[in-house]
Design a protein around this ligand. Structure first.
Ligand code: UDP
Ligand code: MG
Length: 139
């Protein structure tokens, strides 16, 4: 058994559409425990740092603008095999390719505005959790 924690964001489109509750329900019903959670808004500098790996990509400026346009729900989630199982639950980056019943299949608008973030490795889960939460905010 591998990782126990991953990091997620319900992105601005999910908050705007009123989908916080229904997405959190799907996450907890899938066996994830909420270890940390808050409504927050990323600054331009925050988003540029969080997504630094994508800074040379053509979609980078649009991604930063999208992720900073309104509040997000940031959360740390706990479950056996958390990183991999959460990536399975959210589905492919492009909702057109996301499996039936996945969060992106159900709630994403496009490959850009795709409803949720999920860490892609244990290492990034730890980095991303620490980016948004102090030790005393994680339970
Ligand atoms: N993204 C985009 N256009 C693309 C690919 C990605 O706007 O062609 C955005 C999208 O919001 C995605 C984020 O950039 O979730 C990070 O991309 P990544 O390839 O890491 O996808 P993810 O890990 O979120 O599935
Ligand atoms: Mg990614």
């Amino acid at each position: 058994m591998t990782t126990k924690r991953t990091f997620t964001m319900l992105k601005p489109d999910s908050v705007e559409k009123g989908n916080i509750g229904i997405i959190l329900e799907k996450i907890t019903a899938s066996g994830f425990r909420i270890a940390a959670m808050k409504l927050t808004q990323m600054t331009k500098a925050d988003a540029e740092e969080f997504y630094a790996i994508h800074k040379e990509r053509p979609f980078f400026a649009d991604l930063v603008s999208y992720m900073t346009r309104g509040p997000i729900v940031a959360a740390v989630l706990e479950k056996e095999n958390a990183v991999e199982d959460f990536r399975t639950l959210i589905g492919a980056t492009n909702p057109v390719e996301a499996a039936e019943g996945t969060i992106r299949n159900m709630y994403a608008t496009s490959i850009s505005e795709n409803a949720v973030h999920g860490s892609d490795s244990d290492e990034n889960a730890a980095i991303e959790s620490a980016f948004h939460f102090s030790g005393r905010e994680m339970f």
